[in-house]
Design a binder for this molecule. Structure first.
Ligand code: ADP
Ligand code: MG
Length: 644
């Protein structure tokens, strides 16, 4: 957990700290303010006709305040044989001072420091919102044991422990409320600012803050598995990658800068050789160097992308890198998994059919199936386990558990081998076939339970679509201009039923994980940029094959969270169209920025070479475009995309 810059900083999370205080904590901001202040004093002294030593001194102090850091960074970069635009700016300002244009040079430094501070501020806001999601689980929790209350480390908490959560306390584990009522502030993992009411039966999450009530919570996940620690580990792993556009610009920047320095030297020496005077040759060369610098180009890409990533993070969408955001903007086809993605995390068990010849009772069959499913993280498995618990059935220990994604599970329970899984995969005889057929025609999901190779019965499950599923599908359809696809391992009838409920016309059912991959590959081969949305281990291969993959953060398995490019921490489907729309907005801003930057450079350089561009105008134009581009990027911090 050390590679991510966000995590190296051990200061407490800055979420909610006022912007002013946050800005003040940045050295870039403090130095920029100092440079501006000194510039103001110097200019005043200059205009009021004070002695030259005074305002020169103040101007030079302004140079130092605004220029030492970029200058130093530039020199360090130079030692690694890379040419930094920052260094060019400092050299240009020093050149301006050398030819007596100290006012213009100092102005250049001030505006330069200001745009640097703006950039630092944008980066900081991004880091703050990501950090808000991380590492906020408290160290200890109050556990109610046999001997009463005891304070234990949250790392030691086990599934089934009962926790007492006092008012105002940060919750130590993921679990279910068994008693009490309170409003819980879940902003740390969902980004949602309003507290959510919790009573018995509701889920609570580690790292969220209890309001004024007291809660008793039964721990449901081991501490390494909580939503917040999984997301944290994932963010830590994602390297602070750079956007492709940015990498391209940086590659070009090196050659461009070298060319620019050569041109500046030529602009200085050729007129001198032709007999021009030193001062005017220097002035021209300096002006050229300033206006030709690619500062605005360099600032065009990352600030907008980072601002968009911060914005998404505040709304519960974790985008793993800037490259992902670039890819999200290109999405032209959306493929969605069914169980756990379009449907709620845990379906309901709606029927138990025992095969009479098997000799099992209904409760016995359910208990066997639940015992076999207990180790599985699949939504169907959780539904079966929950149904057995609700019926008060005791689960039996399992040995040699194996699960085949998209097929089912197998385990040894006592002397029996129990298999629970898809009818298509486990095979069936005529009576069972009839049973399965009837349930499936009614749009149910069915799983077969086999004991020692013989079918013992069929379990019938119904899953409801998540809130807003139909809306999300419709918005995705209008954004991409293509029909979303439903890809599921479930039976065709259950799939069609759900597809009809949420408005998907293109349904592919009874798929194994490799079939999902084949469909995604086929679409990509036809030129589509596929976004795959899923939650299960069975979706991971298709996620890897898709252009960009999104996982459901709460129901999603570890593997899915790792494979995914972005994670929806709130499991809200409306975040899907929102993130695509945001990525497209970011792409538009980047394109506009690149155009603005390039236009300014071309016009100002052309003017300087062909006509006579006054130095102050050159400085104003160059720095103006840099700041314009920087501010344009910050617009993406605004919430617009999410309100729709
Ligand atoms: P989806 O693609 O809709 O998310 P899966 O591919 O995970 O569905 O599962 C496909 C089918 O495989 C399920 O409908 C079920 O019949 C069977 N199956 C997969 N995992 C399990 C499991 N743990 N227990 C029972 N059945 C399972
Ligand atoms: Mg699934």
């Amino acid at each position: 957990m050390t590679s991510h810059p966000v995590l190296q900083d051990a200061r407490p999370p800055a979420v909610g700290r006022p912007m002013r205080e946050r800005a003040w904590s940045l050295p870039e901001v403090r130095w920029a303010l100092a440079a501006s202040g000194l510039f103001g004093c110097a200019a005043a002294a200059h205009l009021l006709g004070k002695p030259a030593w005074l305002y020169w001194g103040l101007y030079l102090a302004c140079y130092v305040a605004g220029g030492w850091q970029p200058g130093l960074d530039g020199l360090i970069a130079l030692r690694r044989r890379s040419l930094d635009v920052d260094l060019l700016m400092v050299v240009a300002a020093l050149g301006a001072a050398a030819i007596g244009q100290i006012f213009d040079g100092a102005l250049l430094i001030v505006i330069f420091a200001t745009s640097g501070a703006l950039e630092a501020l944008a980066t900081k806001r991004t880091e703050d919102s990501v950090r808000g999601l991380l590492g906020l689980t408290p160290e200890t929790a109050t556990r109610i044991g046999d001997s009463g209350e005891e304070l234990v480390g949250t790392a030691e908490l086990a599934v089934g422990d009962l926790l007492l959560i006092r008012p105002g306390e940060r919750i130590g584990g993921d679990g279910v409320v068994v008693d009490g009522a309170s409003a819980v502030d879940q902003a740390t993992i969902t980004g949602e600012p309003l507290p959510v009411d919790k009573t018995a039966g509701d889920e609570v999450f580690a790292g969220t803050v209890n309001g004024t009530g007291t809660l008793w919570v039964r721990v449901q996940r081991p501490s390494a598995d909580t939503v917040i620690s999984r997301i944290g580990a994932m963010v830590a792993e994602a390297s602070a990658s750079k956007a492709r556009t940015q990498l391209f610009i940086e590659k070009v920047e090196q050659r461009y800068s070298a060319l620019m320095v050569a041109a500046t030297i030529a602009l200085l020496t050729i007129p001198l050789l032709l007999g021009s005077d030193l001062r005017s040759a220097l002035l021209r060369a300096m002006t050229f160097m300033i206006v030709a610098s690619p500062c605005a180009l360099v600032l065009s890409t990352m600030p907008p992308l980072l601002a968009a990533i911060a914005n998404a993070g505040r709304h519960g969408v974790l985008v793993k890198s800037a490259v992902v955001l670039e890819k999200l903007a290109t999405v032209s086809r959306v493929a969605l998994d069914k169980t756990g993605t379009l449907t709620l995390g845990v379906p309901a068990l709606t029927g138990i059919h025992v095969r009479p010849e098997s000799g099992f009772g209904r409760a016995e069959l359910l208990a066997l199936a639940a015992s076999a499913e207990h180790p599985s993280e699949h939504p169907l498995a959780r539904a079966i386990v929950a149904a057995a618990r609700d019926a008060g059935l005791a689960l039996r220990p399992t040995v040699s558990f194996t699960s085949a994604p998209g097929r089912g599970v197998r385990a040894r329970i006592g002397d029996d081998t129990v298999e629970v899984g898809s009818p298509g995969q486990l095979g069936d005889d005529a009576t069972v076939g009839q049973l399965v057929h009837t349930s499936e025609r009614a749009g149910r999901t069915t799983v077969i339970v086999r004991v020692n190779g013989a079918t013992a019965g069929v379990l019938e499950l119904t899953a409801h679509p998540r809130d807003g599923a139909a809306d999300a599908v419709a918005r995705l359809e209008s954004l991409t201009g293509t029909t979303p696809l439903l890809l599921t391992g479930d039976n065709p009838q259950a799939a069609s039923q759900l597809a009809a409920d949420v408005g998907i016309a293109d349904v592919h059912a009874a798929l194994l994980p490799e079939d999902k991959v084949a469909i995604v590959r086929g679409l990509e081969a036809d030129g589509a940029a596929v976004m795959f949305v899923g939650d299960g281990v069975n979706d991971a291969p298709a996620m890897a094959a898709a252009r960009v993959a999104v996982a459901m953060g709460r129901t999603g398995s570890d593997l899915t969270l790792q494979t995914a490019d972005a994670v929806i921490t709130r499991d809200e489907l409306r975040a899907l169209p929102a993130i695509v729309a945001l990525a497209r907005r970011a792409r538009r801003v980047v394109t506009a920025n690149l155009l603005i930057a390039a236009t300014f450079i071309v016009v100002l350089v052309g003017w300087d070479l062909l006509g006579h561009l006054p130095l102050p105008l050159g400085v104003a134009g160059h720095e103006g475009s840099t700041i314009l581009v920087g501010l344009n990027g910050l617009r993406l911090l605004r919430d617009r995309t999410w309100s729709a």
